[in-house]
Design a protein around this ligand. Structure first.
Ligand code: IMP
Length: 435
């Protein structure tokens, strides 16, 4: 098997960074295909913690080529800041390790300004975005107004496009959002400098990845955010602006669907959410606080405390269907170590009816009341376990129940933040497609 897609099966922050880091060990190349620096993938290697926002987590493995595909929105300032920080720590010493597709849309200063100003104006009706300009950048992409990398590297092309676009953005900022307008010359100077530097990383992701596929290389697609934040299938409008589901790996990098061999959904042993929007299994009690505290559930990008709740099988069923998951990577099991009992939501009550399908309308979702199943906790430290058989019976029971309810095998269990605190049941590069 040569290609594996990793996606988040919840609302993001499932611990994808660690899983990508582990699977990169088996891969030759790693690809980001959607989102931007709204992501924050935390990796713990030895005593060192690294948070990646835009550069694929695979960069910590020397010699593995990392791609930023056409589906990504790229903030050059953040990109170069991340490269500098990585270089200072001995990573990313060779520019050829990193390839950026010419069709990526550039996040411009007006995108960030509009994102923040719109949220401020929306008050209590805000989305709770990361304020990184993601939504406005994707709006321009779909509206055919984006400045792509292939524009930015040619100063005359960039100047013409910026001159056309900026008056409309400044009109919006000044006259509607009540913010200061942005200076064209300043943007031009700063961004042409980025364009000149970005040239060194330019490469057609689709062509290069298809060459790699033909050569039998192993490719890992690194999803960001999570299924329930998908622009089409998530809890709209409380979503991000990209296709976070597995299908996005194809459109966002330029490989065909038949090239995908396995799709692994990263699933935390409980659920978290940052920002606004419905969350049926949310906890507002001390158990919720315990999960936040023990799980270090604070945004890797914004530092915001994450909302916490019990595992939701109705939502997970949706993630399995939308992504065609072939396996689950169950993360942060150790966070539940001290609990006497653990709850799993197995259905919802909606207006008196019991349902097991996740409603697409957020108004309905807001009215959903979880139907719980209660399981015994294991009440001991599992962070040293290296095989499923070493886990206490209650922990094995928890995993078996997730498999039973979801119909999807748990192929990896994470029992702590470090690489070595991982139980691998199956390697998706070896087992691949189910059925
Ligand atoms: P945006 O992506 O900044 O536009 O934010 C839209 C929604 O997605 C907000 O609720 C954010 O909190 C959420 N979001 C965006 N990126 C992430 C992420 O990497 N993890 C978790 N939530 C995210």
């Amino acid at each position: 098997m040569s290609t594996v897609v990793i996606i988040g099966s919840q609302w993001g922050d499932e611990g994808k960074g660690k899983i990508v880091d582990i699977y990169t060990g088996y891969a030759d190349e790693v690809v980001r295909f959607q989102g931007g620096n709204n992501a924050g993938h935390t990796l713990v290697v030895g005593e060192e913690t690294t948070v990646m926002h835009i550069i694929p987590s695979g960069i910590l493995h020397p010699g593995k080529r990392c791609f930023i595909g056409n589906g990504v929105v790229l903030d050059p300032k953040v990109f170069f800041g991340e490269i500098a920080a990585l270089r200072a720590r001995g990573y990313c010493q060779d520019d050829r390790q990193l390839v950026v597709d010419p069709a990526v849309s550039i996040i411009m200063p007006y995108h960030r300004a509009i994102d923040v100003a719109r949220e401020k104006r929306a008050g209590s009706r805000k989305i709770g975005t990361t304020g990184r300009g993601i939504g406005p950048a994707y709006e321009d992409k779909v509206g055919r107004r984006a400045i792509r990398l292939e524009d930015l590297i040619y100063p005359e092309v960039f100047a013409t496009k910026l001159h056309e676009i900026l008056p409309e953005k400044n009109f919006l900022l000044e006259k509607f959002l009540g913010e200061a307008p942005l200076d064209e010359q300043e943007i031009y100077d700063e961004y042409t400098a980025y364009g000149a530097q970005l040239k060194h990383y330019l490469g057609n992701t689709s062509i290069l990845l298809n060459e790699s596929l033909a050569a039998g290389k192993r490719i890992l697609f690194e999803g960001a955010q999570g299924t329930l934040l998908d622009i089409d299938h998530g809890t709209y409008p409380f979503v991000t602006s990209s296709s976070t589901v597995a299908g996005g790996a194809c459109t966002g990098s330029g490989v065909g669907p038949c090239a995908i061999d396995a799709v692994v959904g990263v699933c935390k042993a409980y659920v978290t959410r940052v920002g606004e929007g419905p969350f049926p299994t949310e906890l507002h009690d001390e158990t919720g606080e315990l999960l936040r505290h023990k799980g270090h559930e604070y945004g890797a990008t914004t530092g915001r405390p994450r909302r916490t709740g019990w595992l939701d099988m109705v939502a997970l069923k949706k993630a399995i269907q939308l992504n065609g998951l072939t396996g689950l990577a169950l993360t942060k099991m150790d966070v539940l170590n001290t609990l006497q009992t653990i709850r799993i939501c197995v259905a919802y009550k909606l207006d008196g009816r019991t349902i097991t399908d996740f409603p697409s309308d957020v108004r309905q979702l807001t009215r959903c009341i979880p139907v719980w199943e209660e399981l015994p906790g294991w009440n001991c430290d599992i962070s040293g376990a290296t095989a499923v058989e070493q886990l206490p019976a209650a922990a094995q029971g928890f995993i078996a129940r997730i498999e039973g309810l979801s119909g999807c095998p748990v192929i990896l269990i994470s029992v702590g933040p470090r690489r070595d605190q991982t139980i691998q049941v199956q390697n998706p590069f070896e087992t691949g497609k189910k059925g």
